[in-house]
Design a protein around this ligand. Structure first.
Ligand code: GDP
Ligand code: MG
Length: 293
């Protein structure tokens, strides 16, 4: 419950040095409104809301009406990570959802534009990387696959940012339903030729068998909660039901921990590399060729 993540334990020296210098990582969340996007990022990274002053469900999360960024400084063993969380208004609220991806694309491309400008300056100091390195796309736990709007959204984004699909509110499905739903989603993603971020084997001290097991959880089924409950004398974050408590950090209940681990621990470097080498390069080439995007 102390919000400990473990990025400071990275064995990779390059990575560790980069983190020491003040590492920047930006995570964006998108998807239909009401799927628990704000709740999840809060439970994942904004540990200040369940600190000693706020031990319980004292923070009601307000509705997200504009693209909003929050900068969280995570420090572990004197290693710093500057994490920017970009929360977006949910789509599907408006009567007309055409162009609901526009504010998201604008945000992503503005960061590329800034980076390009900074990079092109002759006497540049180190360029701060505020580009969006990962976009969590929340899918409704409907059991019925992707919605047309999800397909459209992902197709518009997949050559601009690393998309990681997640199944929202996994506590509303049984484990069997989740397994079936995950297969269905992956099939549909392939059918629609949507390119999601592929988690590679990463050179950390974690063995590749464990990493493979983590990867097999894609699309991650997540549960968010900012409520601290007591279970067998232990304080846990979870959601209480008449039949019991769903603990968000319990790997049998949700993929919360694997997802957080992969994002800011095992695959943070790769997400940054792919953003730079693939998505940003894409943008830069089009821009320099004068084609716009
Ligand atoms: P957003 O619009 O996607 O940002 O969704 P919010 O984070 O504002 O959450 C919408 C509602 O869903 C709130 O009442 C949350 O308490 C609830 N909620 C969030 N995460 C979960 C979850 O994992 N499971 C369940 N059952 N409810 C959730
Ligand atoms: Mg929200």
């Amino acid at each position: 419950l102390d919000g400990y993540v473990g990025f400071a334990d990275l064995p990779n020296q390059v990575h560790r040095r980069a983190v020491k210098k003040g590492f920047h990582f930006t995570l964006m969340v998108v998807g239909e409104s009401g799927l628990g996007k704000s709740t999840l990022v809060n439970s994942m990274f904004m540990s200040d809301i369940y600190n000693k002053e706020y031990p319980g469900p004292s923070h009601r999360i307000k509705k997200t009406v504009a693209v909003e960024k929050t900068i969280v400084k995570l420090t572990e063993n004197s290693v710093n990570l500057n994490l920017t969380v970009v929360d977006t208004p949910g789509f599907g609220d408006a009567v007309d959802n055409s162009n609901c991806w526009q504010p998201v694309i604008e945000y992503i491309e503005s960061r590329y534009e800034e980076y390009l400008n900074a990079e092109s300056r002759v006497y540049r100091t180190e360029v701060v990387d505020t580009r969006v390195h990962c976009c969590l796309h929340f899918l409704a736990p409907s059991g019925h696959g992707l919605k047309p709007l999800d397909v459209e959204f992902m197709k518009r984004l997949h050559d601009k940012v690393n998309i990681v699909p997640v199944i929202a509110k996994a506590d509303t499905m049984t484990p069997e339903e989740i397994i079936r739903f995950k297969k269905q989603i992956l099939n549909e993603i392939a059918q629609h030729k949507i390119r999601i971020y592929e988690f590679p084997d990463c050179p950390t001290d974690e063995d590749s068998g464990l990493q493979r097991a983590m990867r097999q959880r894609v699309p991650f089924a997540v549960v968010g909660a900012n409520t601290v409950l007591e279970v067998d004398g232990q304080k846990v974050r979870g959601r209480r039901y008449p039949w019991g408590v769903v603990q968000i950090e319990n790997m049998e209940h949700s993929d919360f921990i694997p997802l957080r681990n992969m994002l800011i621990r095992t695959h943070m470097m790769d997400l940054r590399d792919v953003t730079n080498a693939v998505h940003y390069e894409n943008f830069r080439c089009k821009r320099l060729a004068g084609l716009g995007t």
